[in-house]
Design a protein around this ligand. Structure first.
Ligand SMILES: [Zn+2]
Length: 337
């Protein structure tokens, strides 16, 4: 078991798996769609300033082993949607999708899924491999992680300890978040003598990497817009461009059909009925949100729920609670949905 994971998990893993199968059967649920962004080796994870954005690879490895032992199939979105709508199907399935897509998708995550022999879905923001969008959240983190101090709006901020790195990252991320972020980042790069182009290509997935992945039967590729906007706030023509152009770009660069789309941010306020209609017009067969929920047997909604796995998820009980629907029940009991 990788370092840092709860040692009690291995003792109770088989009991958890057996109970999980009973709960699945009793509740009639068919599928759970998980999503995450980046992944880091267990030994590096604690030192990452924006660690909630990263899954611990050791945890992900344990989760894939656990899912196999608990009889859950890991499937593509295409297969998951088909299984959920099959009235005679009995299998419970889980899908994993990565949103945005950075270099670690290619270097770390796909190789792990290949070792387990299970598929993975990539929702690509095409401005990342095209190099047309500023990865300000990545550049900010990269700089804070590697330097003992940084300059921000004329102020010298200490980033010499793990705690200071985390606190400084959160403070500046909150301050920049919004339409002003690209300008804030450009100013930050000048002030700290950074090369944003070099930072971009240290972290971005490239078209060459994506072409290789597109040829792998375990990798399913969908779209996640051109520039990662909050689609609900866009003018209709801008929303149409983001959804249609990203699909066209993936198809022309990878020579594959692109049937599925995931909304950036993905909560109820970030995408709604107008945006789902635009997605249908753009040719997508399904759209993913990040509204919490599971797929049950029966007609599959066009906009389906997904559960975000963040860096704080480091033991197997948490995803099991999600798969079993307990987190959704708890949210309802607490009046949070
Ligand atoms: Zn995203």
């Amino acid at each position: 078991m990788p370092e840092g994971l709860n040692p009690t998990i291995s003792v109770s893993r088989s009991m958890l798996a057996m109970t999980a199968r009973w709960i699945d059967a009793l509740r009639g649920q068919r599928g759970c769609f998980f999503t995450f962004h980046r992944a880091a080796p267990s030994m590096l994870w604690p030192d990452i300033p924006n660690r909630d954005f990263y899954i611990d690879l050791g945890f992900l490895d344990s989760l894939l082993t656990y899912l196999a032992s608990s009889g859950r199939r890991v499937v593509t979105i295409e297969e998951g949607l088909r299984l959920a709508s099959d009235p005679n199907g009995r299998d419970t399935f889980v899908n994993f999708s990565i949103d945005d897509c950075y270099r670690d998708t290619y270097e770390e995550v796909v190789p792990l899924f290949r070792r387990h022999g299970v598929p993975l879905t990539l929702f690509v923001t095409t401005g990342i491999p095209d190099g047309t969008i500023p990865l300000w959240w990545i550049g900010l983190e990269d700089t804070i992680r590697s330097r003992p101090f940084i300059l921000a709006s004329g102020e010298r901020l200490a980033t010499d300890t793990r705690e200071r790195k985390i606190a400084t990252y959160l403070m500046l991320q909150t301050r920049w978040d919004g339409p002003q972020a690209p300008q804030e980042y450009a100013d930050f790069c000048r002030e700290n003598d950074l090369d944003p182009e070099a930072i971009h290509w240290r972290h971005a997935i490239t078209w060459d990497m994506l072409r290789e992945l597109a040829g792998d039967p375990l990798v399913e590729i969908g779209s996640h817009t051109v520039s990662h906007p909050r689609v609900s706030v866009l003018e209709p023509e801008d929303a149409r461009f983001e959804l249609a152009r990203s699909r066209e770009r993936l198809q022309e660069m990878l020579n594959i059909p692109v049937k599925h789309f995931a909304f950036p941010y993905g909560r109820t306020k970030d995408c709604g009925p107008r945006d789902f209609a635009i997605a249908r017009d753009a040719g997508y067969e399904s759209v993913a949100t990040t509204v919490k929920g599971l797929l049950r047997q029966g007609p599959v909604p066009y906009a389906y729920p997904r559960i975000t796995l963040n860096g704080g998820h480091r033991n197997l009980f948490i995803p099991e609670l999600h798969i079993a629907g307990a987190s959704a029940i708890a949210a309802r009991m607490l009046g949070r949905v």
